[in-house]
Design a binder for this molecule. Structure first.
Ligand SMILES: [Zn+2]
Length: 199
């Protein structure tokens, strides 16, 4: 069945996400779809890195969502694996509308592409203190064979700092190792980009 969602139903009277209980979880699911759609151009179906939320036979569906923002503004989403799908409206200007953090129309050499594995992406999507610009890097991630993150140089520099902060402050050793490795790879990529840019 298709869900038709008014995203404001999952926001409190101040416009912030309802965090507790099932409404909080499903609201976050729809919210991330809105964030992804608002960060990508209108009219194209994006192979998002966001995972399907269904659990057929109590096992998580391994599908990744296809998300498209139609010309009339309605967001369509679908899991190609299990067929779960829906429409979202009334999202413009809400907490989850991240359109103002979309990558500006820069020439391609100013945009950095960085690839992480699905496991690494899962770790990055766990709660962490991130600026809206850094959240945009994650919400706009697409999955081709691996997860591709795309942002301008400065945004990646900030993102790296925030992930490093989380790596230094988590009590979870495994999380620390994964996040530290991600930071080291971003640093290498950025320093390489610096050399190229200086030519
Ligand atoms: Zn699915």
């Amino acid at each position: 069945m298709s869900y038709i969602t008014n995203v404001t139903h999952f926001l409190d009277e101040d416009g912030y996400p309802v965090h507790s209980g099932p409404a909080g979880r499903i609201g976050e699911f729809f919210g991330k779809i809105v964030a992804a759609a608002s960060l990508h151009p209108q009219g194209i179906a994006v192979p998002s890195a966001l995972r399907c939320r269904r659990r057929p036979g109590r096992k998580p569906c391994r599908g990744n969502l296809l998300i498209a923002r139609r010309d009339d503004g309605v967001i369509e989403w679908q899991c190609p694996l299990c067929g779960d799908d829906g429409f979202i409206h009334s999202w413009e200007g809400t907490y989850w509308d991240r359109g103002k953090y979309a990558i500006p129309d820069l020439v391609s050499e100013d945009i950095i592409e960085f690839t992480v594995t699905e496991d690494e992406f899962k770790e990055l999507m766990k709660p962490m203190i991130l600026s809206p610009e850094s959240e945009a890097i994650l919400y706009s991630a697409i999955l081709i064979e691996e997860v591709e993150l795309c942002a301008p140089f400065d945004a990646f520099e900030e993102f790296m700092g925030e992930v490093a902060f989380e790596a230094n402050h988590t009590d979870n050793r495994r999380r620390e190792v994964i996040l530290t490795q991600i930071c080291e790879r971003i640093e290498t990529l950025l320093s390489f980009h610096d050399i190229v840019r200086d030519f």
